[in-house]
Design a protein around this ligand. Sequence first.
Ligand code: GTP
Length: 345
Amino acid sequence: MAARIPATVVTGFLGAGKTSLIRHMIENNRGKRLAFLINEFGDLGIDRELLLGCGIEGCGEEDVVELANGCICCTVADDFLPAIEAILNRPEPPDHILIETSGLALPKPLVKAFAWPEVKARVTVDGVVTVVDGRAVAEGRFADDEDAVQAQREADDSLDHDNPLEEVFEDQLLCADMVVLNKLDLLEDGVADRIEAELKPHLRAGVRFVHAREAAVDPAVLLGLDAAAEDDLDSRKSHHDSHDGLDDHDHDDFDSFTLSLPEVADADALEARILAAIADHDILRVKGFLDRPGVSRREVVQAVGPRLRRYFDRAWKDGEPRRTELVVIGQKGLDRPAIEAAIRG
Ligand SMILES: Nc1nc2c(ncn2[C@@H]2O[C@H](COP(=O)(O)OP(=O)(O)OP(=O)(O)O)[C@@H](O)[C@H]2O)c(=O)[nH]1
């Protein structure tokens, strides 16, 4: 059998640092031919745009494939398989494939797809890398209310949590071969070690932790784990393993919408309104691009919980419509009219 191409699955909750990790990998890639499959929740395709916007050599249009139709874990057969086959059938197949899942995806159904005979013959899962937002963990974003869980367990004997964030977060950890504990700069001394000690007993044996800022991890550490995860599915537990073997997962727990705005003359004022909306409506993630009048470059907006960053990436291209668009993601029941009104001001 010809050597199989290794694929790394990069997972982690919304805003943990997956795109940053992949970007760092592209910048520090020592001559390997890489291909990227990018999937995200929300319909703007921002992550692909961000990677292409960095203008790094070795990251061309054809190398970054976006899986746009919903969440990868629920559309494996329709979207993922044709995309991976197209990559494998290129005249010059890549040396390594990287797959960024959406922040709400469960990695296990994706890894399972690699066990399908037509894929397994040609690709192997080198490793599942789970990026963790250390600050969000420290703030207790993924922690259930213990009393509520206990009450629920007593009521229906199920293992389900009352906090869907925690379920997704745990599923991503339970599938990991390596955990990147990110956002060290936002943690007090000693907190990263404490988080690692707390998470470790819940993970599969031997899973390594790497602590990182800006998800900057040497590709030599991330790639070449040689895990063959598709042969090892039983050890990767999921809250969504069901008795009939079918995955039982949908994204009804989460909501997203896209907001289009006119050009933004005062970005500081818009930032303040976005932050106020995030606080008032418990929004998990906002990201998008701003059209700033008189400025040749587009401005990126990234918010994860209460923290927001803005920076200019690339120039608007000739003929490209200059747009201001933001994707807003939160738990089910987002009050769209109120959020829109708050952000529009
Ligand atoms: N302070 C701080 N911010 C970080 C770090 N790593 C990433 N970020 C920021 O966190 C935000 C989200 O990072 P991304 O890399 O886009 O996260 P992601 O996991 O790809 O996000 P989704 O695809 O939306 O789930 C961006 O504003 C990053 O600049 C870090 O180590 N420290």
